[in-house]
Design a protein around this ligand. Sequence first.
Ligand code: NAD
Ligand code: IPM
Ligand code: MN
Length: 346
Amino acid sequence: SRSIRLAVVPGDGIGPEVVAEGLKVLDALGLKIEQTAYDLGATRWHKTGETLPDSVLEEIRGHDAILLGAVGDPTVPSGVLERGLLLRLRFELDHFVNLRPVRLYPGVTTALADTRPEDIDMLVVREGTEGLYAGAGGVLRKGTPYEVATQESLNTAFGVERVVRYAFEQAARRPRKKLTLVHKNNVLVYAGDLWSRTVDAVAKEYPDIEVDYSHVDAATMFFVTQPERYDVIVTDNLFGDIITDLGAAVAGGIGLAASGNINPTGAAPSMFEPVHGSAPDIAGQGKADPTATILSVALLLDHLGLTAEARKVEQAVADDLIERQGAWAARSTREAGDDIAERVSG
Ligand code: NAD
Ligand code: IPM
Ligand code: MN
């Protein structure tokens, strides 16, 4: 079989540290992989002013998938790299599905009392190209006492329908067959109504799927008090961002949360990355947990149809988590990667 062309964007802060461990685990599978590393991020921006040059974007398009660490650095104005690099990749490559599993693995300590692994097994399908992230809005009279800042949420019938359809397909493949729309349609009446009507319309084609709704504020409560309520969740870009950090926290921590930015049409490569950011507070210290990145590698393998390899990586992580049992502090980023890679090759 031909080799996998993988674009690697380690990025900033702990990004390079965790990506190195993700690649280590990938290597341990013995697949044929052609990697191209891209030095995008804070260092390049300081040197050249570039975030994501068009020529680099075009090169990245020629790959089968992208593995990204994290972007954002305290020395760069907030938003420059987040919008100019990460969101630009998601938008240009039309990653309209941001897939974020929230699972509590056996052996993992959660802050929630009496919560068992079978209580937390969700799949958050976050819209990835629209909503408040679209960049609509503007500022008037900046810096004066009369400043006006607007930030509008963009929701198109096309954009909502395609992600809702994807979520129904996912729900249909899972044993519980339940889909919950998370929104705030009691206040955001225009966008919320479009989302609700779209879910209702598509639901007619999936009579076996139980459809439910939570307002986002209530959802944050239920994530903590009754996480077993949820199976597949479909939601907009910002709500999905917020609830998946919460999901990470209730399922053992941000160091375990994986994600895939998917273009299901296959017209452009999909991109896999941990949910967490560049964690400047612990960068360069070997303290970052690489598990989220390693689980993102499993999502990447799944996306490429390498199902057996994906399961192998997930199983290695699951076994590692059982053995770890709260002993994380004793292990560096590299040692964690070594342990998991050893399970994969062994
Ligand atoms: P963050 O996720 O980087 O960090 C939040 C907290 O979680 C920090 O205390 C950090 O030390 C901890 N943490 C994160 N990942 C960890 C890991 N693998 N192991 C152990 N602890 C971990 O979020 P933030 O502090 O809000 O943002 C920092 C920077 O990252 C900002 O510039 C932000 O814009 C950017 N960011 C980027 C992405 C991304 O690239 N996808 C995601 C979120 C934030
Ligand atoms: C994430 C991050 C990004 C987002 C930022 C850095 C643009 O928080 O991947 O969750 O908001 O999507
Ligand atoms: Mn986030």
